[in-house]
Design a protein around this ligand. Sequence first.
Ligand SMILES: *[C@@H]1O[C@H](CO)[C@@H](O)[C@H](O)[C@H]1NC(C)=O
Ligand SMILES: *[C@@H]1O[C@H](CO)[C@@H](O)[C@H](O)[C@H]1NC(C)=O
Length: 127
Amino acid sequence: TSGMNKLICLVLLSNDPCCAQPCQNQGVCLSKGADAYECDCTRTGYYGENCTTPELLTLIKSTLKPRPNIVHYILTHYKWIWDIINNISFLRDAIMRYVLTSRSHLVNSPPTYNADYNYKSWEAYSN
Ligand SMILES: *[C@@H]1O[C@H](CO)[C@@H](O)[C@H](O)[C@H]1NC(C)=O
Ligand SMILES: *[C@@H]1O[C@H](CO)[C@@H](O)[C@H](O)[C@H]1NC(C)=O
């Protein structure tokens, strides 16, 4: 819709305040007349008049989000980090396999056991 708005602004040379695209970070501009507007910052992670103030969660995310060049540097200079990551995922895979097989074992065996048990107890009862 922002591309559509741009087109309308170009074609009509509109004075709509939203044509100045005041809403940042994918905020939705709502025109409120000739020179008034409102930014709908819903789900942008920002708030404020122009959706420029980051929410706390956005701040935390951008702090935690590693920059690609740093990640590249770490991966090329600290091979042992990769080793640990690989070993951890290897461990995780092994654990998951164990959990899945033991769980499916648990899922499969009780009905068999119960059927056996029920059959036997029914037999014992009917005797
Ligand atoms: C929001 O954007 C408008 C237009 O660019 C600007 O005049 C106004 O100062 C901005 N407000 C804030 C709080 O940054
Ligand atoms: C990861 O595991 C390999 C063998 O699977 C081992 O040789 C290596 O030392 C381990 N690396 C770390 C950091 O534990």
